[in-house]
Design a protein around this ligand. Sequence first.
Ligand code: FAD
Length: 495
Amino acid sequence: MTKMNAMNFASPRFIHRAGFRSETSSNLVHIFRHSFFGRHGRRYSALPLSPNPKSSDEELLVVVGGGAAGMYGAIMAKTAAPDLRVVVIEKAKPLSKVKISGGGRCNLTNGHFADHMLLADNYPRGNKELRGSFFKTHGPMDTMSWFCENGVELKIEEDGRVFPVSDSSSSIIDCLMSEAKMWGVSLQTGKVVTSASYTTGGKFSVKLEKRSIDYVEYVEADYLLIASGSSQQGYNIAIQLGHSVIKPVPSLFTFKIDDLRLTELSGLSFPKVEAKLKLETLRNNVPQFTQVGPMLVTHWGLSGPVILRLSAWGARYLASSEYKGTLLVDFAPDHHIDDLKSLFLNHKHHSARQKLLNSSPSELGLPKRFWKYILDHERLEGDILWASISNNSLMSIAVTLKHWSFTVKGKGQFKDEFVTAGGVPLSEIYLNTMQSRIHPRLYFAGEVLNVDGITGGFNFQNAWSGGYIAGTSIGKQSIVGIEGNSVCESVHHDN
Ligand SMILES: Cc1cc2nc3c(=O)[nH]c(=O)nc-3n(C[C@H](O)[C@H](O)[C@H](O)COP(=O)(O)OP(=O)(O)OC[C@H]3O[C@@H](n4cnc5c(N)ncnc54)[C@H](O)[C@@H]3O)c2cc1C
């Protein structure tokens, strides 16, 4: 299989409806040079957009959205079927979220989850469904291999996050763009897919518009891959094509907490706390609503991985509680209250001649400013010696460290990573092909689906896995020429 050398930015077989008038003005959008009847009797006009227009018998895949899922899916479709014409329609700049992701470094996947069952546990929406074929077909190792094989050196950080060695998301973008170009993916930017419908022949009539000028064109596609991320337009298209959409709500955000204690502690980070989220809308004690990990105090509340994980697991419940609830924080999660009391008594014994402020049990890893805050809170002078502190005061410190309660007032504006919970339900998709259960040749991948992960590269992994499966399935289908790939057949193969 040879790679093509030039990226085809021309639009193959774009079909313009004859005499179409813009919905916003009465100006004729295009002057058409050719006119013919489509295969299914509908009258179209075609403007030759390529100097060498391809045969109208060749099949066309239209990808809605040039993000991670769309670009990866387009490349995979071409890789599987080089003769399939693949056009990506991107309303803005391609891969714009990749660019800003991971603070500009792009945390493209997570290298700590070779086991796809455990990997699925990192997805508050999708954890059950993604245990099957999804990550088995294309998991983090496959993603890493693909980028490495295509020239991107990667590194796995201690916490499992995978970044390009360059620490620049441009390495990922350059790789995807050059692979797309090499395989002959046609990328059309500045055009919005505003609607899509089925033709009588089981194809798709896709309406494209330009934002800046009165411009409308229609494309007849054999395959449609919707990879529109969390855009409302993408959800609307899914609905137009018969799918349902679970109401999108934000995930991965910080907690807004007005609390004088936090004002004093602003800027502190704790390597390990246990935080438990309590909401009125949540009756049962769900294990995922207790998280252990690093936490950061900001000037508006609490942030850090432990909070973001809670926001992800609680996304739907928090939305219905209007982002109000209670957060219980344990600053010494590795120690039972009785162990903690013994730890303080031991420390008193061994550090008897040290000043209280200058020494706290190292096992607890408490930042000095926090330790001072605790002493002030207990009305203890930092200058006194450990020997002179009463055992009652030590018991009181232990209790304080274990039981902090905060009132969550709202959702913070954390912008480092932000995803959407909700979208097209996975029950409407065959996860072994990413094909719609409602209509053959219609595919979905990425955030448009009701899948989202916690921070750590899991959200991009969803986009790569979905893009790979959809693109490869479309490519194979176009080669085998399975007419319509009936929904019943897919049931047969699904996990
Ligand atoms: C600030 C930030 C940082 C992040 N960092 C990370 C990270 O480090 N690691 C991680 O795993 N995840 C990260 N994420 C999440 C990750 O970016 C998304 O999960 C991922 O981009 C989803 O990929 P996608 O292709 O499904 O959607 P998108 O990347 O959103 O791509 C969809 C594309 O479709 C286009 N589009 C939408 N509708 C239409 C239409 N009707 N017509 C034409 N084009 C359309 C959009 O313009 C967009 O380019 C971050 C998110 C944000 C916001």
